[in-house]
Design a protein. Structure first.
Length: 411
């Protein structure tokens, strides 16, 4: 494979955010604009560290943002709301970026809500247009929005990112097993066969656009959707960004395995506010998130153990999440000991640089002619696709190896 061409300075990469006015998407846009203007440091970005030195990555200054959203608003008002709640986006920074945020907001259009579940539907505007639109018409509208965005801004490429709220699990059936069956379900307007993220992923896949699936929603990368990605040849990756408690787990749990210490119990308890917390207060939506957070320890340690992850909504915390973990383990002569840690962080501040990193890596993969899952991005996810590897150290080495292959001009 030929060495990927370095992006020319004038190239423009579109970043299409599903869930555009949410806290994370807003932080992504503000952060990218601030770094491009040299108003903020690049701390947290792997693609701005020595790891990515020499890679032909799209400059952050060349990003153009747009997206779908089910709530009225704009990036400036969303950022002001974040500042009032947590102070993570300083007023002086928002003032300096006012024009860019206004321009990016004009690229956000109404999203979709089919079978979203009560918790997500409650977040949307009551007069959200096209609520009764047939599924096929919704898909065609999403496709047209993406194509119009690319044309209007003369974009060289577009990468899509799913940052929508965690959906209730979707019961999969025959309609999801093949693209042909799924297309029939769309044409029959079988709303029960989809969630909003399903239609977003379908639209991206049908246009051959790379997709980063940052949420744990299991209705996004269904077998039928992955078949469509294979047909159009676009790269994609998921699921559920690894930013906080699970990041620490994936780094700490291997330590016990390396030293042959037996973990008996690993209890975790999370409290958070903001819209994410409100959605996860719903039992069905919470079930999808807990499955994502609670599944890696047996795989990491190689044996069953008692685990539990609790998640509670605490409105006053806003985006400042706290996680407390208790680890009970046995050592030499069977003596039992314990480790405890508390993780306090701002969810969007932790996640935003990951999103920007993966957008740039996905764009690089597309320019290199790669398709399908991007296993080198597994280090960023709680549930990396097609992988049972959860050891953060092993995942990190896979990313380093990929970067070395790109630098060497290898496929």
């Amino acid at each position: 494979m030929a060495h990927p061409r370095t992006p020319r300075r004038q190239e423009r990469l579109g970043v299409w955010l599903f869930g555009a006015f949410g806290g994370l998407a807003t932080t992504v846009v503000v952060g990218a604009r601030a770094i491009a203007r040299r108003l903020a440091p690049t701390t947290g970005l792997v693609t701005e560290s020595p790891v990515a030195a020499g890679l032909p990555l799209q400059p952050l200054a060349g990003l153009v943002f747009g997206g779908h959203e089910v709530r009225r608003g704009d990036f400036a008002s969303s950022a002001a709301e974040i500042h009032a709640a947590t102070g993570s986006l300083p007023t002086e920074l928002l003032r300096a970026l006012r024009q860019e945020l206004r321009a990016d907001s004009r690229n956000v259009v109404p999203g979709v809500l089919p079978n979203a579940g009560a918790a997500i539907a409650a977040l949307a505007d009551a007069d959200q247009p096209n609520r009764r639109e047939p599924l096929r018409a919704q898909v065609e509208r999403l496709q047209a929005d993406l194509q119009a965005f690319a044309k209007q801004h003369r974009l060289d490429r577009v990468v899509c990112v799913n940052l929508t709220s965690t959906e209730p699990p979707l019961r999969q059936n025959a309609a999801h097993r093949s693209l042909q069956a799924f297309d029939r379900a769309l044409d029959r307007n079988t709303t029960a066969a989809v969630r909003p993220s399903t239609l977003y992923a379908y639209a991206a896949a049908s246009l051959g656009l790379p997709l980063i699936h940052f949420t744990p929603s299991d209705a996004t990368l269904l077998p039928a959707i992955r078949e469509l990605f294979a047909k159009t040849g676009a790269p994609y990756m998921g699921c559920d960004g690894k930013t906080g408690e699970t990041l620490v787990k994936s780094a700490l749990a291997p330590m016990f395995a390396y030293r042959n210490l037996q973990v008996l119990t690993w209890q975790g308890y999370n409290i958070l506010g903001d819209r994410d917390g409100r959605v996860l207060a719903d039992r069905d939506n919470k079930r999808a998130k807990v499955q994502s957070k609670d599944g890696l320890l047996p795989a990491l340690l190689g044996y069953p153990l008692h685990t539990h992850v609790g998640i509670d909504y605490v409105p006053s915390l806003h985006d400042l999440k706290t996680a407390w973990d208790f680890v009970h383990f046995a050592g030499f002569l069977g003596f039992k000991m314990a480790l405890q840690f508390t993780w306090q962080g701002c969810d969007a501040i932790l996640a935003a640089p990951l999103v920007l990193d993966m957008v740039r890596f996905a764009d690089l993969a597309a320019r290199r002619g790669e398709s399908g899952p991007m296993p080198h991005l597994g280090v960023f996810f709680k549930q990396p696709l097609d992988s049972r590897e959860h050891n953060l150290h092993v995942q990190w080495q896979a990313l380093l190896a990929y970067c070395e292959r790109v630098r060497a001009g290898q496929g």
